[in-house]
Design a binder for this molecule. Structure first.
Ligand code: F0G
Length: 482
């Protein structure tokens, strides 16, 4: 965040970039939005961008790229093997993440597949701060499972805890003692813990986890997809690191991990991924799987142009004005929505603003998928596409019974340098209206529920004609407004 003070001390996030290429947006009338929702099976993944005004589904592959990234894409070296583009990415990984060996993969979940296939066996349990959807799915596919070891207050949506992503060390030790190291392939830490509202962990906590890993001879794996933001929040919130650069903080965190993997769709505002380590034997163990699923070792399923963009994007992760843009916009959105009574996850995290759907829709039963219902309602009233991060994004137990979600959230992603401040104000306006009319929001039920990662392709339907009633109320209050 640049140090620019306003005359009247207003707390505004100031953009430190200018916009030189724009994409026109369309806000279709609410009647069309209702039709689009029906076609989408009331699942925001099913919407076409032609019907979406503000696309806040994800930051994955949707961050704005820089002029330097686009320029680098023009000099890409197209070769199946030995491409110089890969040499540049490898150098950037070494410079920024401090790891010498790099395996390229087509995106973050491909890295998860490689890791789980290499290190986990049926019956294993992987301890972590919190799961990510695709990591969990890959783990279950090989017959292993995960355990989440956060502090008890991590699921309190309204909180002042600056590091809700911290692992509870006592619980971790207890888990290892009870389970036995033979059943634990590695400990996983996820930077800016996505599913609990983009909440970071502290370096002090990661150091403690490292000590435990050393004591028991376990590997520590870092999911660095949202590492830049975690580093930014460490600088903001962890006294000891206030004066350090983002580069120092990032290197400190990656240095504590044996293996670091990332989705480049997030980390470097491009499209691809990687797994890196300084341990040759670990690199060799994973290497054999790359040609099977990803491609040759110097492209891993990525286009060489994207590889060039990753290299430049990794260096740009060290630029605080770039990394702070999304978190400061999120903070603005969260604080303004909260001031209008909308229940938001606090402290504001990264990736997006998270709405506590369980509270927003406290008249709905958890079995009616409150966060998915809220996602449909937010789209209907504002053309704003968010993503359900609650029970719909999770899994059923072995008897087919829904497991209550730890948190029931609707995430409104704020990709880097994509939206303007007046668009944030529009979102706050529509959220306030919807909150005032929240009792009109009804539930959803499955029409089609896929076996794996059901939230991507699943289809739902409303349990009553509430979407229609919500639309009528919108027309009553907003007249002929879009
Ligand atoms: N790890 C984390 C922490 C992520 O947030 C993601 C993706 C992945 C791994 C998987 O990476 O998509 O490149 O395969 N998160 C996106 C999201 C999908 O919208 O939060 P991927």
């Amino acid at each position: 965040m640049p140090n620019v003070k306003f005359y009247k001390n207003e707390d505004l996030p100031l953009e430190m970039h200018k916009v030189r290429i724009v994409q026109k947006l369309h806000l279709v009338p609410i009647e069309r939005r209702l039709e689009a929702l029906k076609d989408a099976g009331f699942n925001t993944y099913g919407l076409s961008t032609n019907d979406v005004f503000l696309d806040m589904l994800t930051d994955s592959g949707t961050n704005a790229m820089s002029d330097n990234q686009l320029a680098a894409m023009m000099k890409a070296d197209d070769a199946y093997a030995g491409s110089q583009s890969f040499v540049r990415m490898k150098q950037a990984v070494e410079d920024v993440l401090g790891k010498q060996y790099l395996l390229p993969v087509h995106q973050g979940r491909a890295a998860e597949n490689v890791l789980v296939r290499t290190f986990a066996k049926p019956g294993d349990i992987i301890p972590m701060n919190y799961h990510f959807t695709t990591f969990l799915a890959h783990t279950l596919e090989v017959g292993a499972n995960i355990v989440e070891i956060l502090h008890d207050d991590a699921f309190q949506t309204t909180s002042t805890n600056p590091f809700k992503g911290n692992i509870d060390i006592d619980k971790l030790v207890k888990f290892i003692e009870e389970t036995g190291v033979d059943k634990i392939p590695f400990i996983r830490m996820e930077a800016s813990t996505n599913l609990i509202g983009g909440q970071p962990f502290s370096i002090a906590n990661m150091m403690d986890v490292r000590r435990v890993a050393d004591k028991y001879g376990l590997l520590l794996v870092l999911d660095a997809s949202l590492l830049g933001e975690n580093a930014y929040l460490v600088k903001q919130r962890e006294e000891k690191w206030k004066e350090n650069t983002l580069g120092d903080i990032i290197k400190m965190m990656t240095g504590l991990a044996d293996i670091v993997y990332f989705s480049a769709r997030k980390l470097s505002s491009s499209r691809g991924g990687g797994i890196c380590t300084n341990r040759h034997e670990l690199h060799q163990k994973m290497e054999v799987i790359i040609p099977l699923f990803e491609g040759f070792l110097t492209y891993g399923g990525m286009s060489v142009r994207e590889i060039e963009a990753i290299a430049v994007g990794l260096y740009e992760t060290l630029d605080e004005t770039m990394i702070s843009q999304s978190p400061t916009f999120i903070k603005y959105l969260v604080e303004n929505a909260e001031s209008k009574g909308v229940p938001m996850v606090t402290p504001p995290g990264v990736l997006g603003a998270h709405i506590n759907a369980a509270k927003f829709c406290d008249h709905l039963d958890p079995s009616e998928y409150p966060a998915a219902s809220l996602g449909a309602a937010v789209y209907l009233c504002g053309g704003i596409r968010g993503m359900e991060r609650g029970v719909m994004s999770s899994v059923r137990d072995e008897n087919g019974v829904e497991i209550p979600s730890d948190v029931e959230l609707l995430r409104l992603a704020v990709p880097r340098r994509v939206f303007t401040l007046s668009q944030m104000n529009y979102i706050v306006d529509r959220l306030e209206w919807l909150h005032d009319n929240r009792k009109l929001i009804g539930g959803l039920r499955w029409v089609y529920e896929p076996r794996v990662l059901r939230f991507f392709l699943g289809k739902m339907e409303p349990t009553s004609n509430w979407p229609h009633r919500l639309m009528e109320k919108f027309r009553e209050d907003f007249g002929d407004s879009l």
